[in-house]
Design a protein around this ligand. Structure first.
Ligand code: 5GP
Ligand code: ZN
Length: 135
């Protein structure tokens, strides 16, 4: 994928700051960090999102997510981390090569992730699930 920035990072055509690497995955610092050590974990092969990545490759990616968290804990004492992955434009995906954000968090870091919730929608749960489970 010549026009994919993350593929260009994997191939070395575009610069990056490596955090960790395996045969099939790569972790590097996000160029617009939300916090210090904000990293992205990607498969080295191009997959767009959660919808097209094979389970086996996703398992490798998640293993690397875990190892980066462990590395941060052991080397930096970090114990508070948000792991986020966006799939699809309406889900705020901007780079269409699957990735997980690893965002260390601290009190007073100025970040705030909050959804507007709809508790009243619980009354629709049975109808929602019957749609999901019908053949
Ligand atoms: P998304 O919104 O798709 O979940 O996140 C894409 C992330 O990729 C953003 O946080 C953005 O800062 C990061 N990003 C985009 N281009 C580059 C780049 O060239 N290098 C690095 N290191 N990160 C990038
Ligand atoms: Zn790519």
């Amino acid at each position: 994928m010549d026009d994919c920035i993350f593929c260009r990072i994997v191939s070395g055509e575009a610069p990056s700051w490596k955090v960790y690497e395996t045969e099939t995955t790569y972790a590097f610092l996000d160029i617009h960090p939300a916090s210090r050590y904000h990293a992205l974990v990607i498969p080295k092969q191009h997959y767009t999102s959660m919808f097209d990545i094979p389970e086996t490759v996703l398992q490798d990616v998640i293993t690397t997510v875990k190892r980066v968290c462990k590395l941060y804990e052991e080397k930096l004492g970090i114990r508070d981390i948000q792991v986020i992955s966006n799939s699809g434009a309406q889900a705020q995906q901007e780079v269409f090569h699957l990735h997980f954000h690893i965002v260390p968090r601290t009190y007073g870091d100025g970040q705030q992730l909050r959804w507007h919730t709809h508790p009243e929608w619980t009354r629709d749960f049975d109808a929602m699930l019957s749609k999901l489970h019908k053949d």
